[in-house]
Design a protein around this ligand. Sequence first.
Ligand code: HAM
Length: 415
Amino acid sequence: MSSLQVPRGTFDVLPADAERRGVLEAQAKRILGAAGYGRIETPTFEATELFVRTVGEATDIVQKEMYTFDDGGGRSLTLRPEITAPVCRAYLEHGMHKLPQPVKLWYMSSNFRAEAPQRGRYRQFWQVGAEAIGSAAPEVDAELIVLLAQLLEALGAREMRLRLSSLGTAATRAEYREELAAYLRAHEDGLSPEVVARIDLNPMRAFDAGDRRTQETMRAAPLLLDRLADDDADHFARVRELLDDAGLRYVLDPRLVRGLDYYARTVFEFNSDALGAQSGVGGGGRYDGLIEQLGGAPTPGCGWAAGVERMLMAAGEVPVAPDVVDVFVAVAGGDAARTAFELANEARRAGMSAQMELAGRSLKGQLRHADRLGARYVAIIHDPMQANLKNMESGEQIDLQPAAVIPAILRGSRL
Ligand code: HAM
C-alpha cells in the first residue's frame, strides 16, 4: 500500500457505495421534485464573510471548523461548511425574489468541517438539502418536515425520531438569553467550566452540554418555548397541527439546540437510534432573518439538510438494481480485437450494455469472466468474418458473422 492515504476524516466513494448514493439521489429528486423543488449547485468555496455573518461568529463551525484560505489576492475564502447561506446568497444574486414565491430549491453536495473524525462524522461529507425562500406560511415548515420524513422512509431509515421546537424571533431570543445567562450565573457551581466560560458568548449551548452535573442544573432552567411572543406561538401551534394531520410523530424538545445562529421560529431534527453518538441524520428550521443579514429585503425562509452518509448508515441495506451486461465480446483470434472493439461500440449505440475483453485472458478465462459479470450473451470473435454467439442462460450457441451479432441479440434469445 502506498504511504499516501486519504486525508483524515475523508473517504473514497467506491462503485458499490456510489450505487447506494445514486439510489438516494434518485429518491431525493423524485420526492423533492414532485413538491416543486428545483436543483441548485453553488460553488465549493465562498467568501468567508458569508458564513461568519450567517452561521454566526460564536458557533463551533465558525470558531474552529472552517477551512479558510487566502486566494492569493488577499481575499479570504472558505470551503462551504453548509449550504443554506450559499443558497440565500444565490437567491439574492440572481434576483429570485422576482420569481413567484416561495422559491423552492434542493441540493446534494459536499461540505467541509474540521471536526474530530469519528463514525458518522467526517471532514468532507455530503448533504441533501431543501430550502423554501420567500414564504412565512407555517405550511412551508410542515411541508419541508414531511418531505424529509418521506425521504427517510423511502430509504428505509431505521429507528428515526423527530424532535421539534421553536426559537421565536431574534428579539424574543435576546430577552431570553439575558434571562438564561442570569440563571446560569446564579448556578455556576452546578456547571462545567466550559459552559461557564461560554455564558456570555452562547448561553443556549448549556442545554447541549454532555456532562451530568450541567444537565442536572439545566433541568430547572427557564425555557425559550415558554417565552414565545403570541404570533410565534401561533405559528408553532399551526405547524404542529399540520404535522399531526399528516400523521407524523414528533417529540416537543424545548432543549433542541442547533449549531447555527440563523434560525428563528421552527427548528427540528431527525435522529436515528440505529447510529452511534452521531445520531443526527438531518435537521433544519426557519431562518427568517438570514436574507436580510446578507443585505436583501426582509425575506422569510425555511429548510433542512440531511447527511448522506448518515442517512445511508440509518438505512442499512439499500436495495440496488444489479448491473446488467447484455453482451460480453470475447476475443478469440489474433486480429479479432479490432472487430470486437467495433462490435462493443455498436452494441452500446444500440442501447445495450456491452463489455469486451481487455485483459488478454484465454478464451476459457474470458467465458468464466463473462459468467462472473452475469452477461446474457457472449459474442466470440475469431476474425472479421467469423463469430459465435452464445446464450449464457440456455447454453445455445450459433455461428454467424460479427455483423450479424447485434441483430441476432435484438431478435431475442431464439438461438
Ligand atoms: P446541520 O445540522 O449542521 O445543519 O447539518 C445537517 C446534517 O448534516 C446533520 O444532521 C448531519 O446528518 C450532517 N452532518 C453535519 N456535520 C457532519 C459531519 N461532520 N459529518 C457527517 N455528517 C454531518 C445544516 O447544515 C443546515 N444548513 C441545515 C439547514 C438547511 N437549515 C436550514 N436549511
